[in-house]
Write a protein that binds this ligand. Structure first.
Ligand SMILES: *[C@@H]1O[C@H](CO)[C@@H](O)[C@H](O)[C@H]1NC(C)=O
Length: 265
């Protein structure tokens, strides 16, 4: 009897240890790598929607990154509604804030305000909600409000690559072109952001008002959707783009994937 009991305890212990190890591997932080392959300095920024979760990465909310430079940082396993984007042509010396950069500027300065420091669109966004409670990691490259820099997100566990590797600025339709103070096109706005139909509260381009469902806001009704989606099929290019099947990507949380974001891949 004693032997039997010991053996059962050993089995129980093994199960407990295995379950602790599983918990440890899925709940350890992830490593994110950000590389700037653009031939110019960028000022990446990072925002956590604090309504969705309070876990934040170890990295500051904004930093300067020279051409060719790589940074790595830890991201908590439960990072929710996080985004990373690149800011261009920044100078924070005078009145630091949203206008300190040609694209992607935020409330704050080099550091974006942790609560209100989202980037001024158009800006290509890397979006993440890492998996907890049995859900997978969700991630995408979003062009919903337009784009500024080419970008890829890759997984070290072989999960799908989310990407817009193409520079959408040079051929951006003129009504969407977003220019810097010297007139160079540095971003390409979505039709919603550019307010092409002049009715942002009831717009098939914005999926607002009576167009606020996937059924009433098909991609075919979004002006210039194909400009973005044809060149960058693996992006989230309008508010209900999940129906394309190539907008939102997943990776099993149990894989505990690390992610690499490359600007100008
Ligand atoms: C930043 O702006 C200030 C004020 O306009 C200017 O003096 C300075 O040269 C600028 N710095 C760069 C690196 O362009």
């Amino acid at each position: 009897m004693k032997g039997c009991s010991l053996s059962r305890n050993t089995v129980t212990l093994a199960v407990v240890v295995a379950s602790l190890l599983t918990t440890a591997s899925t709940q350890s932080s992830r490593t994110f790598t950000v590389t700037n392959h653009c031939p110019f300095t960028i000022w990446p920024a990072l925002l956590t929607d604090l309504q969705a979760g309070t876990a934040v990465p170890s990295q500051p909310t904004g930093w300067e990154q020279a051409s060719g430079a790589t940074v790595t940082f830890a991201v908590p396993y439960n990072w929710a509604a996080g985004r990373i984007w690149g800011r261009t042509e920044c100078n924070f010396t005078v009145n630091p804030g949203p206008t300190s950069c040609a694209t992607g500027g935020c409330n704050g300065g080099l550091l974006c305000d942790p609560g209100t420091g989202g980037g001024v669109p158009p800006a290509t966004l890397a979006e993440f909600t890492l998996g907890i409670n049995g859900l997978p990691d969700y991630y995408d490259v979003s062009l919903v409000d337009g784009s500024n820099l080419p970008m890829t997100i890759t997984s070290d566990k072989g999960c799908p690559t989310a990407s817009c590797p193409v520079d959408l600025n040079p051929a951006c339709p003129s009504v969407l072109a977003y220019k810097d103070s010297s007139g160079v096109v540095v971003g390409c706005e979505s039709a919603c952001l550019a307010n092409l139909d002049g009715n942002p509260n009831n717009s098939p381009n914005c999926c607002s008002g009576s167009y606020n469902t996937p059924q009433t806001c098909p991609a075919s009704g979004v002006t210039y959707y194909s400009y973005f989606k044809n060149q960058c099929p693996d992006t989230y290019s309008y508010p209900f783009d999940e129906s394309s099947g190539t907008a939102l990507w997943t990776c099993a949380a149990s894989l505990s994937s690390d992610y690499t974001i490359v600007f100008c891949p």
